[in-house]
Ligand binder design. Structure first.
Ligand code: ADP
Ligand code: MG
Length: 246
């Protein structure tokens, strides 16, 4: 489903990602862990074309983008981006739109689906995240956890091959984390949706992830099943990182 080769990203002189290689199978759930500043968000943002990599290539489904001195065409970037949807730490809902309208937005403006069909689909998705009764609420009227569940529904509406979640529960009050994790856990059980989740919820990562990636200083330091990485980390830096948390 995903093939990433020699992916590099620099911001000016700052090298943030160093030659990342990764292959992800369809339906796999990947958890990405690692210290703050290690490049986790930048990595997901490259996959979603929110950042343009400095070098390397990204293949998602049938779309491949190579990054070199030649800038990729806008149309190629769009086709790659249409394969993914992203859920952000800070929800990023449109404040002037209701929950339902937030979920409908991409369907109407990007996918050019009629408002009526979009509304039916969006209602189904709000139901899936347990928020059918909140469809007419504005973001400000929702708790952080509810807002994040709307954001997940909005991402799913784009029917992405790959769902990217960047610390989806980090901005939530502790009592709201469980509800959002429960939704993500349900999605991960289907094994139809390929998912890449950056998270600091280690118990959750251990439970849902098929594979865990530990990143540090812009590199994949260690990768394996959750039992391998959490139970028997081989790299000193992985051990040190996990020891700090427990
Ligand atoms: P993480 O998500 O693991 O905390 P990030 O990907 O956000 O790490 O950041 C990795 C490094 O890249 C940090 O040093 C950060 O300051 C830097 N960085 C991220 N985005 C930008 C940007 N737009 N411009 C310059 N530096 C950035
Ligand atoms: Mg981050």
């Amino acid at each position: 489903m995903i093939e990433i080769k020699n992916l590099r990203k620099s911001f000016g002189k700052l090298d943030v990602l160093h030659d990342i290689d990764l292959t992800v199978e369809q339906g796999e759930v990947i958890a990405i862990i690692g210290p703050s500043g290690s490049g986790k968000s930048t990595f997901l943002r490259c996959l979603n074309s929110l950042e343009t990599p400095t070098a390397g290539s990204i293949k998602i489904g049938a779309h491949t983008l190579k990054f070199n001195d030649k800038k990729p065409k806008e149309r190629e970037i769009r086709s790659l981006r249409s394969q993914t949807a992203m859920v952000f730490q800070s929800f990023n809902l449109f404040p002037h739109l209701t929950a339902l309208e937030n979920v409908m937005e991409g369907l109407v403006t990007v996918q050019r689906i009629s408002r009526e069909t979009a509304s039916t689909q969006a209602k189904g998705l709000l139901e899936k995240v347990g928020l059918a009764q909140k469809q007419d609420a504005f973001p400000i009227q929702l708790s952080g956890g509810q807002q994040q569940r709307v954001a997940i529904a909005r991402a799913l509406a784009m029917n992405p091959s790959v769902l990217l979640l960047d610390e989806p529960t980090s901005a939530l009050d502790p009592e709201l984390v469980g509800g959002v994790l429960a939704i993500i856990r349900e999605l991960s059980k289907d094994k139809t949706q390929t998912m890449m989740i950056v998270t600091h919820e280690m118990n959750f990562a251990r439970e849902v992830a098929d594979r865990v990636i530990f990143m540090d200083e812009g590199k994949i330091i260690e990768m394996g099943t959750s039992d391998e990485v959490f139970g028997h980390p081989t790299h000193a830096r992985t051990k040190q990182f996990l020891d700090q948390l427990y």
